[in-house]
Write a new protein. Structure first.
Length: 248
């Protein structure tokens, strides 16, 4: 009897930890992606801003650490070449010839220097207006049968095709940097992306996926996000997150 009660409680808590594609007040989440590096002396102000954004309910702020500054004397402990690929793909999509840090991409459609708070806030506001003018499909994440996570994407309002991305991330990490441009500093990072991959193509109709929780938790990850974008890395159509651990 006790075991059944505990199982039921665990299911309720897991359901409460799922965050749908809509933020408070029925407003769509805005995806804010920061491309940063522990070896970049101009990045800490942008990292600090991301810490603040990560607390908000109207955005999903994620930190993608890149590896191309590792030669400066400090190898970023979160960096990956895969993150560099994503940033360069955005540059191509946005018509830019180069990439830089700290760079923020908002909803896949615009970029700005990561420390320029007012400019980024303006892009976030613009993305919200765009979502109201052109409603996006509804995306939801919820515990599925067995140890699975169910992903449901409802029909879109247009025939726009898109890519469904799965992004795993850690909620908070603190790093003491011994060498390079930020030597001697201890920096706090939030929503650090550990890996991401395509999990489906979307044709505009209803889509249902089932993801194994054991694989999602691998490496002791904190949370996952599912992001739907036009084409490959175009305009963000839907965002949802799910906690892999119980929040304190």
């Amino acid at each position: 009897m006790l075991q059944r009660a505990l199982s039921a409680l665990a299911l309720v808590l897991a359901m409460l930890s799922a965050t749908p594609a809509l933020a408070g007040g029925g407003k769509a989440l805005v995806l804010v992606e920061l491309f940063t590096s522990q070896g970049c002396s101009s990045c800490p102000p942008a990292d600090a801003y991301l810490v603040e954004l990560a607390k908000r309910k109207d955005v999903l702020a994620l930190g993608f650490h890149v590896s191309y500054w590792d030669y400066l004397g400090w190898k970023d402990t979160f960096a990956s070449d895969r993150n560099v690929w994503r940033q360069r793909a955005y540059a191509k999509s946005l018509g830019e010839r180069s990439v830089y840090t700290p760079q923020v991409v908002v909803n896949g459609t615009a970029h700005e220097v990561g420390s320029r708070r007012d400019a980024i806030e303006a892009l976030i506001s613009k993305a919200k207006i765009g979502a109201r003018e052109k409603p996006n499909p509804e995306l939801s994440l919820a515990p599925g049968p067995g140890d699975t996570l169910s992903v449901t994407l409802n029909d879109g309002t247009s025939a726009t095709a898109g890519t469904v991305w799965l992004i795993r991330f850690d909620r908070g990490r603190e790093v003491s940097i011994d060498r390079g441009e930020n030597a001697g500093r201890t920096l706090l990072y939030r929503n650090v992306v550990t890996d991401f991959k395509r999990i489906a193509q979307w044709n505009g109709g209803r889509l249902e996926l089932s993801l194994g929780m054991a694989e999602l938790r691998e490496g002791d990850r904190d949370a996952v996000a599912v992001v739907v974008q036009e084409g490959s890395l175009g305009r963000v159509l839907a965002v949802a997150t799910h906690e892999l651990k119980l929040l304190p």
